[in-house]
Design a protein around this ligand. Structure first.
Ligand code: NI
Length: 289
């Protein structure tokens, strides 16, 4: 069995009658991490698995086509961070070099922790690699990264939604869901594509939806708390644009001014953060409030 971990592919021999929990323990031991702190993504289903892991047989959920991704931090890396923190605190303020080394190391560690652990486009829509580029660009956006680190946001899976499954017609017009957040950051889905699948929505507009969905990591309902945090995240993201030159590249890949102009009507971000359900890539159904 192949397991993707960071930039490597790990090979594991199948063990007869092994449960998901036993398999998770084996993977955690292999990378010297606590099993409570690892996450598994089984693609295309059953999706994200976390502690406590199921006692179901692994063979029931894994086929030849399942892709397995492991997310976790070895204990040695966690300890190194703790040690550096302790050392930096003990030292006098004059040892600025040591302190700044620690800050850089901590930033790297935090960016690895407060991030989108897995990025996957929908494989059955045209040109999935283009969607992957879009999602990666969002994940690497300096403002998104800074905001995620500040608020300690960790998202298991960032993916796209199938536009056709999230569009409905009512007597008032067409309703489009732009994003979904399942279980406070387990999965965030974004509508990247235009309705006809042939194009992509505007980068800044989709990024604004991401700010909205990130706020659902904390708040489920669209109440005052939710909107205050959403505005805060949007400001942080826009401020970083200015810090990084504030460029408006009209020839860039995901620039779509028509989409930005159309945003004023016919769109609902979502019906609030939602919980539960079996997640299958591209098949999630949001529960109505
Ligand atoms: Ni919402």
């Amino acid at each position: 069995m192949k397991v993707i971990y960071r930039d490597q592919i790990l090979e594991f021999d199948p063990v007869e009658d092994e449960t998901i929990a036993q398999f998770a323990a084996r993977l955690a031991a292999h990378i010297s991490a606590d099993v409570e702190r690892i996450t598994l993504l089984l693609m295309p289903k059953p999706g994200l698995l976390k502690w406590p892991f199921s006692e179901r047989a692994l063979a029931q959920v894994v086929t030849d086509k399942t892709r397995i991704k492991l997310v976790g931090t070895p204990n040695a890396e966690v300890k190194k961070l703790d040690d550096m923190g302790a050392r930096a605190r003990q030292q006098r303020p004059s040892t600025k070099v040591q302190a700044s080394k620690y800050r850089d190391w901590r930033k790297v560690q935090e960016e690895a922790q407060y991030t989108f652990h897995v990025i996957e486009p929908l494989p059955y829509l045209p040109n999935p690699e283009k969607s992957r580029r879009f999602l990666q660009r969002l994940a690497n956006d300096p403002g998104i990264k800074a905001s995620m680190r500040k608020h300690k946001f960790s998202v298991g899976l960032l993916t796209e939604m199938n536009p056709i499954e999230h569009t409905s017609s009512t007597h008032e017009g067409t309703s489009r869901t732009l994003g979904l957040n399942r279980n406070k950051g387990e999965v965030i889905e974004l509508r990247l594509r235009t309705d006809a699948y042939d194009g992509y929505r505007d980068y800044r507009v989709v990024r604004k939806t991401l700010c909205h969905e990130l706020s659902h990591n904390v708040w489920g309902d669209h109440d005052r708390n939710f909107w205050d945090l959403t505005k805060e995240i949007e400001r942080e993201v826009e401020r970083n644009d200015t810090l990084h030159g504030g460029r408006r590249l009209t020839n860039e890949e995901f620039y779509n001014p028509a989409d930005a102009a159309a945003l004023d009507h016919d769109h609902a971000h979502d019906h609030g953060g939602w919980t539960g359900g079996d997640f299958v890539l591209g098949r999630s159904k949001q529960q109505e409030p």
